[in-house]
Ligand binder design. Sequence first.
Ligand code: ASP
Length: 331
Amino acid sequence: MGKKFTRRDFIKATAVAGVAAYTLRDLSSFNTMASPGFSGEPVVISTWEHGMAANEAAMKVLSSGGSSLDAVEKGVNVSESDPEVMSVGYGGRPDENGTVTLDASIMGPDGNAGAVAFLQNIKNPISVARKVMEETDHVMLVGEGALRFAKAHGFKEEDLLTDKARETWLRWKQGMSDDDDWLPPREDHDTIGMVAIDAEGNLSGACTTSGLAYKIHGRVGDSPLIGAGMYVDNEVGAAAATGKGEEVIKVCGSFLVVENMRHGMSPQEACEEAVERIIKRHKGKPDFQDAFIALNKKGEYGAAAIQQGFQYALYFKGENTLNNGNFLMEE
Ligand code: ASP
């Protein structure tokens, strides 16, 4: 056996042959350098009012020196487990058949990602997504396979449809006509997306949802799709989305927000540009809501929505506040 041909040899050989030589970035350790503009104070931002309680849990992790990855998981676990939050996890509104199906994704500063989609009977899909990320070399598991994987990792199977959610579904069904296939609008969808920066300056994101209420059985939204519902690039920033997932998917929304920041936009400008992109590509005035939240490496934040009414929870400089997002559509 001759000497093993290394990557260095390959680069040398291609340079000799006149092919442009280049060096690949060493990805074995991610960039843990805090940005020069970062104060060292952790920041958490998440979508909607239920983000307030989730932020508290996330900041508890961060203020005791925990990682942003642990923080976003523990943070959104709060909304997933709360039956009063009817758009995420346990107590989430079901699909048109009356089945609660959940989507979630998580991404850490090392660029690794995990996701589950169309998962049933598991209260905390974000924690299953984290297991997919850490225990497999896959990114996404769906449906029956995701459930089997979760159970094999010790997650308890349970009925997620609460009486309250069942009643709202029945009321929705009663609005259906006997004469045609017309369905009342599928409304009430408020995912929790959360992004955080820890004291080390590392970014992570999580996104978890029961999706569009009364959706067609099998529908998967943007939330579990890396780059659509959530995206993290630890050299640049992190973003998450909420609202009508179909429109977010079509513009690779969260990836777009992060790329906007890479090209010099502030988190606020980056969110607004992505919202504008959705509005522009839609024919006519959008009658739906979409919104983004973002954080950059300096711990600066931004949030923007299509319509009035979007709120985000921000834990910044020791204070957790509920804020109204900028919106781009005039009434
Ligand atoms: N984006 C979610 C979905 O389409 C719903 C939401 O955020 O409100 O499934």
